[in-house]
Design a protein around this ligand. Structure first.
Ligand SMILES: C[S@@+](CC[C@H](N)C(=O)[O-])C[C@H]1O[C@@H](n2cnc3c(N)ncnc32)[C@H](O)[C@@H]1O
Length: 329
């Protein structure tokens, strides 16, 4: 019996070694993947010409921008940014040398792009904001964005600034935590989860994704859990939005972005969360009332069934678009 056990253990070790050899590159590949959402719809919406100016305020791994560049000649320009330096560098590797167009890549918040465009003297024919985070960021355990991966509770997209999630969760008042969970996560159990977080940190500060998952599981009784999603989904979304201040001044960023559109130019916004979409909807409505812009869709466009099958992350995407109809003021 002992002999068999030894043989099995050796075989197991060989298998594990082989798997780790394969898992390294595969894990890297997984981190580098993100399917651009509603690519065909946005491509048609922008209808770019060889000399167009196109702006991508949420470059990510450059999936949308790669398509935009395919339409541009040396007279065309792409201006793009991401506040995540890691994403920006990966996109740079992917995009540089693929197009004769002028390419301007910047490490900044898209809220700073309108000023930059003004300095460059450019008006946009197409302007994309694909809000939120990309698959590569979710899958990277070191960022602590996912309840499925064990990692430090950080969640910052721009790790050169801001306060990590652990620090916020260990210092915010009970009421503030509750409102963030309710407002940014639509979490019905916000009060109970906030209480568990506060109780937990009295004993020991929260440090890892697992610490937060434990608080959520202790707060929501098994019978009350939504079977379709992990119980921590809404909490992680809420804390990520809070950490990155994703909804802060989004309305003024949209107004300033729209002011950078050339006549006929289109601002397209992809949102994945009801709070985000509400801000886009209301801001676009106000801008359209001015007569300077028109909304392209009466209701937001969504991904086709085929795309949702291929890329489940497109399921919650809502696409709204605004076109400049009147000449710039
Ligand atoms: C959904 S992904 C974009 C994916 C991209 N369209 C592609 O096809 O690869 C969103 C990206 O926007 C970035 N981002 C989110 N909010 C931002 C902001 N306020 N300023 C700059 N970048 C932002 C994130 O870091 C992330 O890389």
């Amino acid at each position: 019996m002992a002999g068999v056990a030894v043989v099995n253990r050796q075989a197991l070790r060989r298998v594990l070694r082989l798997r780790s050899l394969i898992a390294g590159p595969l894990a890297m590949e997984k981190h580098l993947r993100h399917d651009p959402v509603m690519l065909e719809e946005i491509d048609q919406l922008f209808a770019l010409r060889p000399e167009s100016v196109v702006v991508d305020g949420t470059l990510g791994l450059g999936g949308h921008s790669e398509r935009f560049l395919s339409h541009l000649s040396p007279r065309g320009t792409l201006v793009a940014c991401d506040w995540d330096l890691g994403m920006l560098e990966r996109a740079r590797e992917r995009l540089l040398g693929t197009s004769p167009a002028r390419i301007e890549l910047h490490h900044c918040d898209f809220r700073d792009l309108p000023t930059l465009l003004q300095q460059l003297g450019l008006m946009a024919d197409g302007y994309l904001l694909d809000l939120g985070l990309n698959s590569a960021q979710v899958d990277d355990a070191d960022r602590g964005m996912s309840f499925r991966e064990h990692g430090p509770l950080d969640m910052r997209m721009d790790r050169t600034r801001g306060e990590p999630a652990s620090s916020l969760l260990n210092r915010m008042a009970l009421g503030e935590l509750e409102s963030a969970l309710w407002e940014y996560g639509d979490e019905r159990w916000a009060r109970m989860i906030a209480r568990r977080i506060v109780e937990r940190r009295k004993r020991e500060p929260l440090r890892t994704t697992e610490d937060l998952v434990e608080c959520v599981l202790a707060a929501i009784p098994p019978g009350a859990r939504d079977k379709r999603i992990h119980p921590a989904t809404r909490t992680f979304q809420a804390i990520r939005i809070l950490v990155n201040r994703e909804l802060t001044e989004l309305d003024s960023a949209l107004i300033e972005s729209a002011s950078c559109l050339a006549p006929g130019g289109v601002l397209a916004v992809l949102s994945y969360h009801s709070g985000e979409d509400r801000i886009v909807k209301n801001t676009f409505r106000i801008l359209a009332e001015s007569g300077e812009f028109e909304e392209v869709y009466r209701k937001p466009a969504t991904a086709t069934e085929e795309e949702v099958r291929r890329n489940p992350r497109s399921r919650s995407a809502k696409l709204r678009a605004l076109r400049r109809v009147a000449p710039t003021g």
